[in-house]
Design a protein around this ligand. Structure first.
Ligand SMILES: Nc1ncnc2c1ncn2[C@@H]1O[C@H](COP(=O)(O)OP(=O)(O)O)[C@@H](O)[C@H]1O
Ligand SMILES: [Mg+2]
Length: 234
């Protein structure tokens, strides 16, 4: 059984139907990347999986439950955590306070989990009292991811974690993401830096106009000349 199985998901905003029957699966242990043109509905899909946008038709199964109608906090508690593309940390709070907020629904072990996050992300551990708002783009992204990891999710949804980062920082972020996956967390990413993301993904999906266009192994998508021409900038 798949860890996450979204089937024929329809969702949108008011009269605007954005997702027109999208299906995505993540198996336990996988890294899966979704790419597609701007505005095709990638972020909407992430928000829908996280329970922030309502599933109008179709279904979302996570582990052994139908979570299609769960409110966001219940989805988080079930082990599915979402890191939005922006505004994903509390800028006026310190690094440590952000992590405490991330862990507030933990039964216990918050301090221990924060220590684990500091060994996973040494940059954050060096100055835990620093305000999140003063961090560089890459560090801020690390903090947002660490905040989500405070709850030991089985599946992490990351919406464009490398957006706006320099190539060197982007490599660092992807390296960390790989490490998170190796620690046992399954990952569903949305990425504009499609080559790098597909290169580290087990599988990928191409979404166009709120519909599935193509689905294959990450490397197979990279090797597909049509994908290269249309979606990877030649
Ligand atoms: N809160 C919203 N209200 C209304 N329309 C929205 C909202 N968020 C996104 N949209 C629209 O939904 C479509 C898909 O957006 P989005 O999911 O953000 O695409 P992507 O992440 O693939 O670039 C776009 O046409 C966008 O303008
Ligand atoms: Mg987006």
């Amino acid at each position: 059984m798949a860890l996450l199985e979204a089937t024929g998901v329809v969702a949108g905003y008011g009269a605007a139907e954005i997702l027109r029957g999208v299906s995505v699966t993540v198996e336990e242990g996988e890294v899966v990347t979704i790419i597609g043109p701007n505005g095709c509905g990638k972020s909407t899909l992430m928000k829908t999986l996280a329970g922030l946008v309502r599933v109008r038709a179709g279904s979302v199964r996570f582990e052994d439950a139908d979570i299609s109608a769960y409110p966001p906090e219940r989805i988080v508690r079930a082990g599915l955590c979402y890191v939005p593309q922006s505004n994903n940390v509390f800028p006026s709070m310190s690094i440590r306070e952000n992590l405490e907020m991330g862990g507030f629904i933990r039964a216990g072990g918050v301090a221990e989990r924060i220590d684990e996050m500091f060994s996973l992300f040494p940059d954050l551990g060096r100055r835990p009292s620093l305000k999140a708002g003063s961090l560089s783009g890459g560090q801020r992204q690390m903090l947002a991811i660490a905040r989500a990891l405070m709850l030991d999710p089985a599946l992490l949804l990351l919406d464009e974690p490398s957006a706006g980062l320099s190539p060197a920082v982007m490599d660092m972020v992807f390296e960390r993401i790989r490490g998170i996956n190796e620690s046992g967390v399954s990952l569903l990413l949305v990425e504009q830096n499609a080559r790098e993301a597909l290169g580290m993904s087990d599988r990928g999906y191409i979404l166009v106009s709120g519909e599935n266009r193509l689905e294959d192994k990450g490397q197979a998508l990279l090797d597909n000349p049509e994908v290269g021409r249309l979606y990877l900038g030649g």
